[in-house]
Design a protein around this ligand. Structure first.
Ligand SMILES: C[S@@+](CC[C@H](N)C(=O)[O-])C[C@H]1O[C@@H](n2cnc3c(N)ncnc32)[C@H](O)[C@@H]1O
Length: 524
């Protein structure tokens, strides 16, 4: 077994140059089982590393049992060479877990090599020591590269080198990347446009993997939907098949001791793989003990009709009585309705805002103006109630009418993500109204909606089924107008049938919306 350290200089990294040698010595001297040492190291790191460093480097280490689960997903190798990549390796838990699996199952491998990239020099010594132990039985070669993984891949692509890894196992750093940043330049070297380090790492790993090679990644699920990640989804789906997805059932379970707020998934891709059915597994907690898995046709994961190539991850349980909902495939465009973000960005028009209604001002609606799916205006609140009509604000106003407003932000503890409320012409006297930017608004050609369509949309958007559908493709609490455009809708006739029934109901409730939607979809 051979371990080599290579150092590549990353311009601008404030962490380069820390000394690491004493840690190597400590790691080698420790006689406890490797896994025990690494778990302890992970917990110490989680507790002692300053939050600023964790955030700058996206340093959240994977718990051992999740690393084992990830390593277990690779199909057993059939005798060829195994070249493992661990990009952003931390202390190496992921590549060590895979090496340990290969050793314990006695895979028949030609040659074995591990390449681990880590930018933080203070981790490199432990990383080396850990790999050394994990590979001790196997006799493979490990190379630890202290430097920027993205820079290394960009360089290698520029030099025209061929992809070389057969197995990638990764928990990449998560951090937004700016438009004019070196990371953006690095990924452009292999034709990717993306907005976050984790998708940049996934892209760089895909590029560096041989055809037929596998990539197992634990990543936030935000790339599965939203316009920002569309180029990345195209990049991924063009080059890889999706073989497997694992969904943690509730928030924060994968990195619960780190207070990481992103919802994570584990995904296994195969470079150049023929796309077949996709197995999705679910776990109720981080222990990964109570797994349930189901297989779905690919068309249910990436729907051919939606255009955005959203990656939908179906929920664990499918309720058979909900099958009528699954038959709704109309798009907003099909039913001639538009959804957009409220036009008033309040800090840009401060002078026009009014706390109280007054002559020359029209109602301005914020989230505070909605309760129990209806308008209550004006209200006593920190928010203004009105906006003055001026040549600047005129274009932000809409004629009085029926609209449906959906909050863009729901609190994490709120039960639902989609909360839709009805706006009626009789709610105001003024001839125009305006919506603030934290709301999405459904309208028709910059006017109000047909009355019953508006009532029907309130019922539809507030159904339990649609909220669950929304969660399937959205990992975050925000509801964007694009997300609303990409949801499925019933036909225009079904919507107005729902509207007629909802209007007759004195008291609205979740049960009323669910019941009416189901009745109409069942043709009653
Ligand atoms: C989310 S942590 C995961 C660490 C390890 N893979 C694990 O699962 O425990 C990401 C790691 O990537 C490293 N990192 C961040 N930016 C990097 C870069 N540009 N190149 C190489 N490593 C980087 C961080 O220092 C951190 O150790």
């Amino acid at each position: 077994m051979q371990v080599r350290e290579r150092k590549i200089n990353t311009p601008g990294s404030r962490l380069n140059g820390r000394t690491v040698l004493c840690v190597v010595a400590l790691a080698l001297a420790d006689s406890r089982p490797l896994r025990e040492q690494m778990e302890q190291r992970r917990i110490i790191h989680a507790n002692e590393t300053p939050v600023a460093i964790k955030q700058e480097l996206g340093q959240y280490f994977t718990p051992g049992h999740i690393a084992d689960f990830m390593a277990s997903l690779f199909p057993r190798n059939g005798g060829g060479d195994v070249r493992i990549l661990d990009p952003g390796a931390g202390i190496g838990i992921l590549s060590c877990a895979l090496a340990e699996r290969i050793a314990s199952e006695r895979w028949n491998v030609g040659s074995l090599a591990v390449e681990a990239f880590e930018i933080d020099p203070s981790l490199v010594g432990q990383l080396q020591g850990n790999l050394e132990k994990a590979l001790s039985e196997l006799g493979g070669r490990a190379e630890v590269v202290n430097g920027d993984f993205l820079a290394a891949v960009a360089e290698s692509v520029k030099r025209g080198e061929s992809p070389r890894y057969t197995h990638v196992i990764m928990n990449p750093p998560y951090k937004k990347i700016r438009t004019a940043s070196k990371e953006r330049e690095f990924v452009q070297a292999f034709g990717l446009e993306t907005v976050n380090l984790y998708t940049a790492f996934m892209g760089a790993s895909i590029i560096s993997t041989v055809d037929g090679g596998y990539i197992v990644a634990i990543v936030p699920r935000s790339f599965c939907n939203g316009t920002y990640y569309k180029p990345f989804r195209e990049f991924l789906l063009k080059r890889c098949s999706i073989e497997r997805i694992h969904l943690f059932d509730s928030r924060n379970t994968a990195f619960k001791d780190e207070a990481v707020l992103q919802e994570n998934i584990i995904i296994m891709l195969r470079k150049g793989g023929a796309q077949g059915d996709v197995t999705v597994s679910y776990s109720r907690d981080a222990s990964l003990k109570d797994l349930e898995s189901r297989t779905f046709p690919f068309a249910e994961i990436v729907s051919p009709g939606y255009g955005e190539q959203y990656i939908n991850i179906p929920q664990a349980q499918r309720n058979e009585s909900d099958s009528v909902f699954e038959e709704c495939h109309a798009s907003l465009r099909d039913i001639g309705i538009q959804a957009s973000t409220g036009a008033v960005v309040d800090f840009r028009v401060k002078d026009a805002l009014r706390k109280e209604p007054e002559d020359g001002a029209v109602p301005l609606l914020y989230s505070v103006h909605f309760k129990d799916w209806r308008v209550r205006w004006p209200v006593e609140s920190k928010r203004p109630n009105a906006i003055v009509r001026t040549s600047d604000t005129e274009k932000m106003l809409l004629p009085r009418g029926h609209y449906v407003a959906v909050k863009r932000f729901s609190a994490k503890e709120e039960k639902r993500r989609l909360v839709a409320s009805l706006v009626r012409p009789e709610d105001f006297k003024a001839d125009s109204i305006a919506f603030e930017n934290h709301l999405n608004v459904f309208m028709q050609d910059k006017h109000g909606l047909d009355k019953y369509t508006a009532y029907g949309l309130v019922a539809w958007l507030n159904t339990t089924w649609l909220d669950e559908k929304f969660r399937v493709f959205s990992g975050h609490t925000q509801v964007n107008a694009t997300d609303l455009r990409n949801l499925p809708y019933p036909s225009a006739k079904q919507l107005s049938d729902m509207g007629r029934k909802v209007e007759l109901e004195q008291e609205w409730s979740q049960a009323v919306f669910d019941g009416i939607a189901k009745e109409v979809l069942n043709g009653k």
